[in-house]
Write a protein that binds this ligand. Structure first.
Ligand SMILES: [Fe+2]
Length: 443
């Protein structure tokens, strides 16, 4: 499966047909009276019909049977997946999570859908404005089962184990240090190869796009050509005991049965597709003289709100790079932010929080909650002989940053490593460097 083929580009008008059925893609029109091979034409809309050309998204799928051929939905068990942000009282403290535990397959078999646990979030799926952060932990593949999300887009960040994701548009292999985006309504299933863990940023009511580059110019950060889109690959498969279609709708899971695989798309075209991206391709821009650029310089993709410059959520990474700033405190500065910051670690270690922040874990710094480097980091960085140095070698940390004031779920608080006491030790050793003589000497 490592020889999967992909199309390249971000949001292009793509077209793909399975080579087993040449000519499956209708020419010159979307909806012929009779499609080639007797296929059914079906449109998947990713934007309002009347959106501007810049934001209009849709794809046409040519399939063996249309998606409508399923039995009625019925509600199903959904574990710790929730969009109820009032489960527990608001919690402004800094929160950290040790690596999320992946169940052993010998004890409990969990697939990707049943392994979705909601950690925090805000906003409303019904009014189409908000976000959720989920952790997935699973150990078996989805068999004769697929999933689609009516509520929003999933940005998936694998941390442990690769994912073979079969979509209506084709297959993608997504490994740790890569991300993928499955947009609203796209049907997919996930095969895994052992114990598997990762993070999901879900946004309601917006799609991810590349950030504007402003004075950076035409090139830099995540370049469009490095985004990969699957190619059409159908399966003509009738499930002997039924195929289960799972739908997340208004934050609840529903299941319906059908007799065939939904991955029966022989050809498709359009600009509304799933895609993946390898974080190693991110072209890092940073300070080359003194001081810090703000972390927005590390934005991979952004889901914009209607307020200019304010994101529903940004996906930001802290990749390996050179640190060269002169006469500068180089680690992240102390700050308080009008945005919520959820951070995770794919691999390595993050310099500003050595303790209790491990690959597969996480942290949440809520709106205006003060945070910054621990005392040890401060002392080292304040006294370091500043030479050009490699920063974050072998490390990939990331942040889901949101303008929403995120609430932690009950599951989030129960799994949290509440560091209220231990955690304060990180800053208690900070000593005052205030020099009273300085004041008198400047009189
Ligand atoms: Fe921060």
């Amino acid at each position: 499966m490592s020889n999967l083929k992909y199309l390249t580009g971000f949001g292009n008008e793509f077209a793909s047909e399975d080579p087993r059925c040449p000519g499956a893609l209708p020419e010159g029109q979307n909806n012929p009276q009779v499609c080639p091979y007797g296929l059914y034409a079906e449109q998947l809309s990713g934007s309002a019909f009347t959106c501007s050309r810049q934001t209009n998204k849709r794809s046409w799928l040519y399939r063996i049977l249309p998606s409508v051929c399923h039995k009625p939905f019925a509600s199903m068990e959904q574990g710790y997946l929730t969009h109820n942000w009032d489960e527990v009282d608001p919690e402004p403290n800094q929160l950290r999570w040790m690596p999320f535990i992946v169940p052993k397959s010998s004890e409990k078999k969990v697939d990707f859908v049943m392994g979705l646990n909601t950690l925090c979030g805000a906003g409303d799926v019904r009014s189409r404005n908000g976000i959720a952060v989920h952790i997935y932990t699973c150990n078996i593949s989805m068999t004769d089962k697929c999933f689609y999300n009516s509520d929003g887009d999933f940005l998936i960040v694998p941390q442990l184990g690769k994912l073979l994701i079969t979509t209506e548009f084709g297959k993608m292999m997504v490994e740790p240090n890569e991300i993928c985006v499955i947009q609203q309504g796209m049907c997919f299933k996930v095969d895994v190869f052992g114990e598997t863990r990762g993070y999901i940023l879900e946004v309601f009511g917006a799609h991810f796009e590349l950030p504007d580059l402003g004075p950076i110019g035409a090139n830099g950060l995540a370049n469009p050509r490095d985004f990969l889109v699957p190619v059409a690959c159908y399966e003509d498969y009738k499930a002997p005991s039924g195929y289960t279609l799972v739908n997340k709708y208004q934050g609840k899971l529903f299941a319906a049965q059908q007799g065939f695989s939904p991955f029966n798309v022989v050809a498709w075209h359009g600009n509304y597709t799933p895609y993946k991206y390898n974080l190693k391709n991110f072209m890092v821009i940073n300070c080359v003289a003194f001081d810090h650029a703000d972390p927005s310089i590390f934005t991979v993709v952004t889901a914009k709100s209607t307020r200019p410059g304010v994101a529903i959520a940004d996906f930001v990474i802290f990749p390996p790079r050179w640190g060269v700033a002169n006469h500068t405190f180089r680690p992240p500065y102390y700050h308080r932010n009008c945005m919520s910051e959820f951070m995770g670690l794919i691999k390595g270690h993050y310099e500003a929080k050595e303790q209790g922040f491990q690959p597969g874990g996480g942290s949440l710094h809520s709106i205006m909650t003060p945070h910054g480097p621990d005392a040890d980091c401060f002392e080292k960085a304040s006294t370091a002989d500043l030479q050009p140095e490699r920063v974050a070698e072998g490390t990939m940390a990331f942040m889901f940053e949101s303008s929403f004031s995120m609430a932690v779920t009950k599951w989030g608080l129960e799994t949290c490593n509440r560091l209220d006491k231990n955690y304060q030790k990180c800053w208690e050793p900070l000593k005052s460097h205030f020099n009273p003589n300085w004041k008198s000497s400047t009189k």
